[in-house]
Design a protein around this ligand. Structure first.
Ligand code: ARG
Length: 228
């Protein structure tokens, strides 16, 4: 009889968008490895479920389609749990609390509160919660496939600000001293891993692994490893 080692069920295919450090980014010695906080979490989930992990890098706004067409089994992409997304995918228990932040040129002194955002020109990542939120303030929203490209647009003086998630924004600013980050009073957002609504067993496994990681200290070890 055939051994089962190449069966589809033995592989956990996870989709991400590896332009979101420290959650997922391209790095490693060869410079072509996908690494990060989320990747370490899904490694553990794969191990707990006795599967081989395969990570696929794709555009952020194609992740949900890829999941629902069966191309991937799970999304691990710092994805915020929102009611709109919950209509089409099943989220795990929240594993990280974040918020949007505003990034501007360092010398820009125009933004002190959420009210000051009205009518400004925003750059955002396409399909992100920042993109959705930006549209509540203005029609001038330029969306890019990655947050990096949005930051580039700001550096080139083409937009007033970037709206992006707190940790990746802080990560980006370490290399860009001419930009500044402001935490206005935006609501908290909670990241979840997403699976198909047709896969309740996987969802159970994911939540069990997250629970175990939180109680055995390995979740905290990852926070220490990846968050500045
Ligand atoms: N948290 C935001 C959202 O869910 C942005 C996530 C971007 N993630 C990524 N891997 N590029 O919309």
């Amino acid at each position: 009889a055939l051994t089962g080692c190449n069966k589809k069920e033995d592989v956990l295919v996870v989709g991400t968008n590896a332009a979101f450090p420290p959650f997922e980014y391209i790095g490693g010695a060869s410079g072509d490895e996908i690494k990060g906080f989320d990747i370490d979490i899904v490694k553990q989930i794969a191990e707990d479920s006795g599967k081989t992990l395969k990570v696929e890098n794709m555009k952020f706004d194609s992740l949900i389609v890829a999941l629902n067409s069966g191309k991937i089994d799970m999304i691990a992409a710092g994805m915020t749990i929102t009611p709109e997304r919950q209509a089409s995918v099943a989220f795990s228990d929240p594993y990280y609390e974040a918020t949007q932040v505003v990034i501007t040129q360092k010398q820009d002194d125009q933004i002190h509160s959420v009210d000051d955002l009205k009518g400004k020109h925003f750059a955002v990542q396409l399909g992100s919660t920042g993109d959705i939120m930006a549209k509540t303030f203005t029609e001038q929203v330029t969306a890019f496939n990655t947050g990096f490209e949005a930051m580039m647009e700001l550096k080139n003086g083409k937009v007033d600000l970037v709206l992006f998630d707190s940790e990746p924004a802080a990560n980006h600013l370490q290399k860009n001293p001419n930009l500044k980050l402001q935490k206005l009073n935006f609501d908290p957002e909670y990241y979840g891993l997403a699976v198909s609504k047709d896969n309740p067993e996987l969802l159970k496994q994911v939540n069990a692994s997250l629970d175990a990681m939180k109680s055995n200290g390995s979740y905290d070890a990852l926070i220490t490893k990846y968050m500045k």
